[in-house]
Design a protein around this ligand. Sequence first.
Ligand SMILES: *[C@@H]1O[C@H](CO)[C@@H](O)[C@H](O)[C@H]1NC(C)=O
Ligand SMILES: *[C@@H]1O[C@H](CO)[C@@H](O)[C@H](O)[C@H]1NC(C)=O
Ligand SMILES: *[C@@H]1O[C@H](CO)[C@@H](O)[C@H](O)[C@H]1NC(C)=O
Ligand SMILES: *[C@@H]1O[C@H](CO)[C@@H](O)[C@H](O)[C@H]1NC(C)=O
Ligand SMILES: *[C@@H]1O[C@H](CO)[C@@H](O)[C@H](O)[C@H]1NC(C)=O
Ligand SMILES: *[C@@H]1O[C@H](CO)[C@@H](O)[C@H](O)[C@H]1NC(C)=O
Ligand SMILES: *[C@@H]1O[C@H](CO)[C@@H](O)[C@H](O)[C@H]1NC(C)=O
Length: 435
Amino acid sequence: MQRRVSSFIFPFGLIFTNILTGASPSPRRYDPLTTVRLRAESEPRIWKDLISSRVQNGTSQVRFDISTPWATLTTDALLKLDSPQVTLINASVFDWWYFDAVSDTNPGDSFVVTFFTSSATAFPFLDSGESSILIAYMWASFANGTVFSEFLPATFAIVAGGDGAAAPSLGNWSSAGFSWTAQKEDLSHYEINIASEKIQVEGRFTLSSGLTPHLPCGIQSETTDLEIAPHIGWASLTPDAVGTVDMNIQGSKLWFQGPAYHDKNWSDRPFIESVQSWYWGHGRLGPYSIVWFSYLALNDPTNTTYVSSYVAKDGHVLISSCNSSILTVRPFVTSETTSDRYPPRAGDIPGGFKLEFDLGGSNSWLIVNVLVDTLVAGDREYYMRWTGKMTGEILQVQSEKRQDACPATPSETRSVTGQSELTGVAVFEQFALLE
Ligand SMILES: *[C@@H]1O[C@H](CO)[C@@H](O)[C@H](O)[C@H]1NC(C)=O
Ligand SMILES: *[C@@H]1O[C@H](CO)[C@@H](O)[C@H](O)[C@H]1NC(C)=O
Ligand SMILES: *[C@@H]1O[C@H](CO)[C@@H](O)[C@H](O)[C@H]1NC(C)=O
Ligand SMILES: *[C@@H]1O[C@H](CO)[C@@H](O)[C@H](O)[C@H]1NC(C)=O
Ligand SMILES: *[C@@H]1O[C@H](CO)[C@@H](O)[C@H](O)[C@H]1NC(C)=O
Ligand SMILES: *[C@@H]1O[C@H](CO)[C@@H](O)[C@H](O)[C@H]1NC(C)=O
Ligand SMILES: *[C@@H]1O[C@H](CO)[C@@H](O)[C@H](O)[C@H]1NC(C)=O
């Protein structure tokens, strides 16, 4: 099996920049001089942002919380979660929309598309020679191990939506030929369309889900925090969906169904000023939909592990929390890989991850092994994104009084109760920025 990462760079940004020289900055909704953090109340219910491809001068305002009266996500709040979270893209901030799917029959088949509004200064995994901040990026992997990745800069983008808008959520990087639309205001269905002659890709990717978003600490009363770790905003709008990918990629057909996912993340400062290490992933095993995030901040004197965990069973949410005792994520090695060091450092390549979710209540745990199958993106040093298979089981922790040896000490014994082995597929990643 041959694994090949192909990447073609299209330097159209230079041409577009010249065309755009002299264009006025895009219309903005906020007065940049008032507050740095957005106030939910002050915003319109319908928005349409025309985003320029140029890096803007000035200070951005960034949303890191959202109003959730009575601990519920109103339609208005839900739609705002999928809107731009940063008012203008200067050289140090980023904001993007991410969608993926992996085949439930062979995790070698996968598809990812990201709509970036970021410079390479803010997010260094973008091409530093690219002057457009509007990058439509796609990665496709085929069951035979071939990986295809391409990105295209756009000349401008439209992000529109809101309660009562033509489409409740819409993004169009139109000159690149990439767009997303959600036609229902519960955001239960997304459609991503790609039509690009330049990279010879055409097709459709749909996500359907009945789940409400997973926010870093779940939905809280009055105001819900969107800052998963210092300076990192995150909203997992679709923690798990039924994905259908139907793409024609340079003459090759990529068709599959499987677990799909949509989130967006953003920040008010460059990625490398915040991140030491980052594990993230999602997938479905048996009736369980899971999302994991475990993060260490750079130069953090408190050595805090920032965690966010999500578990739903048959569409019913069991966990949506940032309590760090609920989830541990640790790398493991296989015969082909080099490191299970934790915390990870640049260049550490794990064979997979072991996840332990505390399901609470009845002392039960969901234990999952995530095994690397295909490297879909990354430089094998600072960033890697994989697809793979998962196996898991539910463990019950029982306290038993041992009458014989040590009567006074209850010993904890873990035993599997009732649940046969769970299997599934996942998309997952590691950032390790410390040398
Ligand atoms: C930002 O400021 C620089 C230097 O003054 C200027 O050359 C550039 O055109 C400005 N960019 C925008 C988008 O206004
Ligand atoms: C961009 O906006 C952020 C957030 O308000 C601010 O901290 C930063 O200084 C700005 N960067 C530039 C290059 O103006
Ligand atoms: C995106 O823009 C293109 C070009 O203007 C248009 O043909 C297409 O219908 C738009 N897509 C959406 C989802 O609005
Ligand atoms: C893998 O499959 C894709 C899609 O059918 C095809 O384009 C590619 O050439 C294949 N690669 C190898 C190494 O066989
Ligand atoms: C951040 O963005 C990446 C896409 O590059 C995505 O895989 C991940 O889910 C996001 N996670 C967080 C916590 O922001
Ligand atoms: C920081 O915390 C992690 C996770 O708890 C631990 O493995 C590591 O040894 C700690 N590092 C330091 C320097 O205390
Ligand atoms: C966090 O989870 C642990 C283990 O489930 C629990 O004991 C603790 O009370 C929780 N902490 C908070 C603040 O909810």
